[in-house]
Write a protein that binds this ligand. Structure first.
Ligand SMILES: Nc1ncnc2c1ncn2[C@@H]1O[C@H](COP(=O)(O)OP(=O)(O)OP(=O)(O)O)[C@@H](O)[C@H]1O
Ligand SMILES: [Mg+2]
Length: 297
């Protein structure tokens, strides 16, 4: 069975679903739930959900949130034997979800900082590696993650990279971000990230410019689905699956999980993109960023 290494972050998501508009300085009725989160943890969970094996490389605190997250990985059948426990607190993100399902995040990375090459298990037996942009954008993890990427490339394992967010990219020199893209075999930005990275004016020129840097580009477009192209290949446009949206948290991660699992099982770019939008439709129809069936946190 194919096996994927997922490198990045594991967080506790505290999801606050607003029942109306926020009354600043007053109370606002909400529905609050807690869930496993963090891009790499989510991608590993969705990959395992497809029946493909996944291993998480990340850090959590030596605290109750960390223990709950590990227990959820057990339920979701994610291999967490490489997860490091540190004395820093487990990362937490408060996610405000409005009535349209749109979310606003307040992250504190906590234990996720400081990944090092020693965190990575031996690479024998892995068929692919996913790297979360958060890990490379974080200056405290960058050196370690660059060393992991060098080892992964040396082992000839394909690399899938999610650019994760324009907000965090703005804290880092754009030239440095651009220098990472040729290391990757597949990049999975959303539309806003794609346009930002190459300073493009529209999605078509962003796709064209990104393809000069990376051999395969998959751009996620929310409710409009996704586009994908390999260098020298045809552009593929896939519609999103129409569903009742409860919470878009983790949409991009579930897309990545579905796409990667399909690609490494031998699907072509079109079928893999369809697998991405299909798994993402399951994710957005539920609250939280992970598949159902995990431990209650
Ligand atoms: N409203 C929606 N209805 C159906 N599918 C959706 C919806 N929103 C997102 N998706 C699916 O999820 C995929 C990824 O979502 P999106 O394009 O928002 O990526 P992203 O911005 O990386 O997500 P995230 O906010 O999780 O980082 C889309 O390509 C689409 O297939
Ligand atoms: Mg994203």
């Amino acid at each position: 069975m194919p096996k994927v290494l997922c490198i990045g972050d594991v967080m506790l998501d505290v999801v606050v679903k607003l029942q109306g508009t926020i009354n600043y300085g007053e109370d606002t009725a909400s529905k609050i739930t807690t869930h496993g989160g963090g891009a790499a943890g989510n991608v590993a969970s969705w990959i395992a959900h497809t029946g493909t094996e996944s291993t998480i490389v990340a850090r959590v605190g030596n605290d109750s949130a960390g223990a709950a997250l590990i227990s959820e990985f057990d339920d979701l059948k994610v291999d967490h034997s490489s997860l490091i426990k540190t004395n820093d607190p487990t990362g937490v993100v408060v996610v405000l979800v409005d009535q349209k399902g749109e979310r606003t995040m307040f992250p504190e990375t906590g234990a996720n900082s400081g990944l090092s090459l020693a965190d990575m298990p031996p690479l024998a037996g892995f068929d692919a590696a996913y790297v979360s942009g958060y890990a490379l954008l974080n200056p405290r993890s960058r050196t370690g993650v660059m060393e992991m990427i060098a080892s992964i490339k040396l082992a000839g394992i394909p690399l899938f990279y999610d650019t994760v967010t324009v907000g965090a990219m703005k804290e880092v020199d754009r030239e440095l971000i651009l220098s990472w893209l040729p290391l990757m075999d597949y990049i999975l930005p959303n539309e806003e990230e794609a346009i930002y990275i190459v300073d493009a004016t529209d999605i078509n020129s962003a796709l064209e410019k990104l393809l000069t840097l990376c051999p395969a580009v998959i751009i996620k477009r929310g409710s409009s689905g996704a586009i994908a192209q390999e260098r020298g290949g045809q552009r593929i446009d896939i519609d999103a699956i129409n569903t009742v949206v409860a919470d878009t948290t983790g949409a991009g991660d579930s897309f990545a999980g579905g796409f990667i699992a399909a690609k490494i099982s031998g699907s072509d770019l079109q079928a893999s993109t369809v697998a991405g939008v299909t798994l993402a439709a399951t994710c957005v129809a539920n609250i939280g960023a992970r598949p159902q069936g995990g431990h209650a946190l």
